[in-house]
Ligand binder design. Structure first.
Ligand SMILES: Nc1ncnc2c1ncn2[C@@H]1O[C@H](COP(=O)(O)OP(=O)(O)OP(=O)(O)O)[C@@H](O)[C@H]1O
Length: 791
């Protein structure tokens, strides 16, 4: 019978062997990368091939590097003597027929590590958590899932069998009680069974993950992204995964998790960043955001586009004066041109050339008629010279010949196309076309709608006058987050500008042409993948046409997935994950659904934490108008963050929000009761500063947050900043600092070792969802909570 020391030594040998393999893989990949980068010259095809190999090898190296820390963290003992080691990537033995030495945590065979229990052992006799520091094994935690192993463990450790519903309880509790760093970490070593089910749920369809505070929704969402990218790599590497979070601070907080899991091809954006060229950071007042978020705004914008297309009155043709000649466009002509454009059913800007075509033809008809009647009447010297030039170029007039000679010579030779080109360039013609059917940018349209004198009243009849008034903004004012979905809606109705469209089509043609040349040389060469052969392999040879290869090339540079997606409004993602999904307005949902025509989405959130006035009261209320019943929901029930002493307090607030809601079960108690202190309103700033200082000094390690009501944020932040000058605060607080000052809304999704909450009553009174914000504020701590109540 082995003792604990021997077990450690045994695991150290195995783990050292794995690191040896990892070093070998790193050396091979580095050498391959050095080789391709160092190569020079050659044909264009050769250079393309070199680029692709370099990118593939580069991303393989990134995965190897990400696996360094905690490479192997688990072992499963199955029947007889079979053992599987689980880790951050798959490694197989090159010298023994590719025998797996380490299974990627996402591989199907690893699943039992997260789901086997003594009630349902799934063939697992023992689950072992292997703890490492650098490359050294420093500890082991065993769960015995059958009687034989339990007996063995009792002899080795003096008893370590587990009847807990938690998987790897010791490892989990150790992870949960660690001091926070200001950055979210991955949880691959201790994923719990209910979380695993969400992570590995199928790619298709809309999955809603409802869970109270601290249930690991964010962690689960990010691990699901890593799982999907691994399992459906070929598909998702092309189209990418989008992760939408509530604010930039939150995105920075979670930004390290996917790279630490070796995945760098997900784009992380806030709703305010979904429209290329606009980076909205400011909030509207809640009632304004609520109006902007309503679905009705889509119809309002649609009507605004139509209202900007005009027709002349029946007896008042539109007059266009070019070089002293007056052309007349009557209502009938303009109406026919509009109808032709509308018949295309294309977006406004895309349909516009059809109208332009018809109007120009009408103008050319009039010009031609003039020329037949009296070739010279009303034509300026400049136009005559242009025509003469044209005649000469066609060899129909000699240098110096009078162009009027031979009366209708002009009509014969000045072709209509030339006339049309000349007219089209005239400013009065352009002005008439723009009056009839303006070429619009989304920014111009929304600006006109919200800042113009008449448009909103004309097209938003369903809004009360006071609501329309609330929507008005200064012309050219900074875009707000709630404006972004309006801009995107406008862009959808308008379609791309001519120039934009042409540029995009040209780029696409170039990409395809570039890719076409690569196909021959790539045929037959299959990349060697690191993973187990049972796992999915990405290879350019799987891609069968130039178009697909062009897609892949565009995606192969992992950096550019986010860049390209952020720069291209028409980009569609293979999967979208929305964190704090309850906050999104109906208009924001329309943007996301456009970005994901496959409707493959994971939405995580908690309807009890909705802070935005335009956000959801229930998932059904939010989703049914958008996707009917085509969504499925799961619930996470265990709170891994907030200790039970604090959840008791938070539960009272939850009951005020909705008596039907139940708080998640706290996984642990901290032994520290929340502290409540009463102060007068005037004394609050001074006392808050003192308490913040005291709590920071008491924290040996970890992070402190001071959460203040938005209504007193300026004054209270200033007071804390005087005592703790190193504290970070403002629109984008730096979470790496030891102490941050935040509003409840800013604290959403974040967590800290210690929280000081100022004036909970004022937090609850702030806006229509103040109670929800208070619930958020109370549940941010992993250890201690101090509350200053205003008496
Ligand atoms: N299986 C796990 N193993 C270790 N830590 C976990 C696990 N699940 C969650 N955690 C930790 O619990 C904390 C809360 O997780 P997370 O922030 O994902 O919860 P949440 O449901 O998004 O919370 P909220 O809605 O309150 O923002 C984090 O520190 C996370 O790392």
């Amino acid at each position: 019978m082995s003792n604990e020391h021997e077990e450690l030594a045994h695991e150290q040998d195995y783990v050292s062997m794995l690191y040896g393999q990892l070093d070998r893989m790193r050396e091979e990949a580095s050498a391959a990368l050095g080789g391709v980068r160092g190569a020079s010259g050659g044909t264009r095809q050769y250079l393309v091939e070199r680029d692709i190999v370099a990118r593939e090898t580069g991303s393989r190296l990134a995965r190897i590097d990400a696996a360094e820390d905690g490479l192997c963290f688990g072992r499963l003992d199955l029947g007889s003597a079979e053992r599987l080691y689980i880790g951050r990537i798959g490694i197989r033995d090159e010298e023994a027929d590719g025998e797996p030495l380490l299974l990627d945590w996402r591989a199907p065979a690893s699943r039992a590590f997260y789901t086997a229990t003594s009630a349902a052992p799934l063939g697992v006799r023992r689950r072992r958590h292997i703890h490492t520091r650098m490359r050294t094994v420093v500890g082991l935690d065993d769960d015995a899932l059958d009687r034989g192993v339990l007996d063995e463990l009792e002899q080795v450790h003096g008893g370590a069998g587990s009847a807990s519903p938690l998987v790897g309880e010791a490892a989990l509790l150790a992870a949960l009680t660690k001091a926070r760093t200001g950055r979210m970490g991955d949880v691959v070593e201790t994923i719990q069974t209910e979380q695993d089910a969400v992570i590995r749920d199928r790619l298709q369809g809309i999955l809603v993950v409802q869970g109270g505070p601290g249930t690991g929704k964010t962690a689960v969402a990010l691990h699901r992204a890593a799982y999907l990218l691994y399992t459906h790599r070929e598909r998702l590497a092309r189209s990418g995964v989008l992760i939408v979070g509530p604010n930039p601070t939150f995105l920075r907080y979670i930004g390290h998790v996917l790279p630490a899991l070796g995945e760098t091809s997900a784009a992380l954006l806030t709703v305010g960043e979904l429209f290329p060229g606009v980076r909205a950071r400011t909030f509207d007042a809640p009632h304004v955001a609520e109006i902007k978020g309503r679905t009705e705004m889509a119809a309002v914008i649609d009507r605004a586009v139509k209202a900007l297309r005009r027709l002349p009155e029946p007896d008042e043709p539109l007059e266009v004066v070019v070089d002293g000649v007056t052309y007349r466009l009557d209502r009938e002509t303009c109406l026919r041109a509009q109808e032709k454009a509308l018949d295309t059913e294309e977006p406004h800007n895309v349909a516009r050339p059809v109208l332009v075509d018809h109007i120009l033809e009408a103008l050319v008809d009039q010009a031609a008629a003039r020329l037949t009647d009296d070739p010279f009447s009303g034509l300026s010297a400049e136009v005559l010279e242009a025509i003469a030039q044209d005649l000469r170029e066609h060899g129909l007039a000699m240098e110096g010949e009078e162009i009027g000679d031979g009366d209708d010579a002009l009509l014969r030779v000045v072709d209509r196309a030339e006339l049309r080109r000349t007219l089209e360039q005239e400013q009065p013609v352009q002005a008439a076309l723009n009056w009839l059917w303006p070429e619009l940018t989304p920014q111009r349209l929304i600006n006109e709608l919200l800042s113009g004198p008449f448009l909103l009243d004309e097209v938003a009849g369903e809004l009360a006058e006071a609501e329309r008034e609330a929507l008005r903004r200064e012309p050219g004012a900074e875009w707000t987050i709630a404006d972004v979905p309006l801009l995107d809606e406008a862009a959808e109705l308008l379609g791309a500008f001519n120039a934009e469209r042409a540029a995009r089509e040209l780029k696409r043609r170039q990409e395809i042409a570039y890719a076409q040349g690569v196909l021959d040389i790539m045929a037959g060469s299959r990349s060697t993948d690191l993973e187990d052969p049972r796992e999915e392999i990405v290879s350019v040879t799987d891609i069968i046409n130039a178009e697909a290869l062009a897609d892949m090339q565009a995606m192969a540079d992992l950096r550019t997935v986010a860049e390209r997606a952020a720069a291209d409004r028409t980009w569609t993602f293979g999967h979208i994950i929305v964190d704090e999904a309850q906050e999104l307005s109906a208009m924001a949902w329309r943007v996301l659904l456009r970005r994901c025509p496959s409707r493959s989405m994971t939405l995580v959130g908690d309807v009890a934490q909705t802070g935005d006035a335009a956000g959801a009261g229930s998932w059904a209320q939010m989703l049914e108008p958008l996707v009917g019943e085509r969504w499925r929901a799961v619930e996470l029930t265990v709170n891994y963050r907030t200790p039970s002493e604090i959840m008791e307090l938070a539960a009272k607030v939850l009951e005020r929000i909705d008596p039907a809601l139940r708080p998640p079960q706290a996984v642990r108690a901290s032994g520290v009761a929340p502290v409540r202190e009463q102060v007068s309103s005037e004394d609050l700033p001074g006392r808050l500063a003192e308490v913040a200082l005291a709590r920071q000094e008491a924290l040996e390690q970890g992070k402190l947050a001071v959460i203040v009501p938005a209504s007193r944020a300026g004054e209270l932040t200033a007071a804390v900043a005087r005592t703790l000058p190193e504290a970070s605060y403002g629109a984008l607080p730096d979470l790496d600092r030891r102490t941050v000052v935040l509003t409840a809304r800013q604290a959403k999704g974040l967590e800290f070792d210690s929280v000081v909450l100022a004036d909970p009553e004022a937090v609850a009174a702030d806006g229509p969802r103040g109670e929800n914000d208070l619930y958020v504020a109370l549940t941010r701590t992993t250890r201690e909570l101090t509350i200053l109540e205003v008496a």
